[in-house]
Design a protein around this ligand. Structure first.
Ligand SMILES: Nc1ncnc2c1ncn2[C@@H]1O[C@H](COP(=O)(O)OP(=O)(O)OP(=O)(O)O)[C@@H](O)[C@H]1O
Length: 126
């Protein structure tokens, strides 16, 4: 096998190997962040309601994107909390603000997810 081909293969192997760390990151978020369990419960609830109401393909995609965004925000929030705790565990106004900002990001996507859910589901229920 040519040297350049070997380099390519190791790059691809490296790429797929890094998924191991990504999966570990998601697992860590579920382990450390109790809110992730609420997000999971909410996601299961949304999927069930989607099936029961027989919503359209576009509405399925929108709800799945919103679930993904909420999970993503929560994983980032957990990462930032960990980093902030490493930087300074003592009361510090900037650490407090950083954590509040990350938490605010989760709140924003959850708020808009609820609004979107109402817009999608209400016409099926009324
Ligand atoms: N070192 C600190 N200095 C100042 N304020 C802090 C500090 N650590 C936490 N806080 C404040 O306490 C809040 C909760 O922080 P904590 O690290 O306990 O997160 P949490 O309760 O796990 O939050 P979440 O529910 O988003 O996971 C923060 O949003 C912030 O306002």
């Amino acid at each position: 096998m040519a040297k350049s081909e070997q380099k390519k293969l190791s790059g691809i192997e490296k790429h797929f190997g890094s998924y191991k760390y990504s999966v570990r990151g998601v697992w860590l978020a579920f382990y450390y962040e109790h809110n992730m369990r609420y997000h999971l419960a909410a996601a299961i609830g949304v999927v069930l309601v989607n099936y029961l109401l027989k919503i359209s393909r576009t509405e399925w995609v929108i709800t799945l994107i919103l679930i993904g965004l909420a999970w993503m925000a929560e994983v980032f929030n957990t990462a930032l909390e960990k980093l902030a705790d490493r930087v300074n565990q003592h009361p510090d106004p900037l650490i407090g603000q950083a954590k509040d900002l990350a938490s605010g990001a989760v709140f924003i996507i959850c708020l808009f997810a609820v609004i979107c859910a109402l817009i999608i589901y209400l016409p099926y229920l009324l």
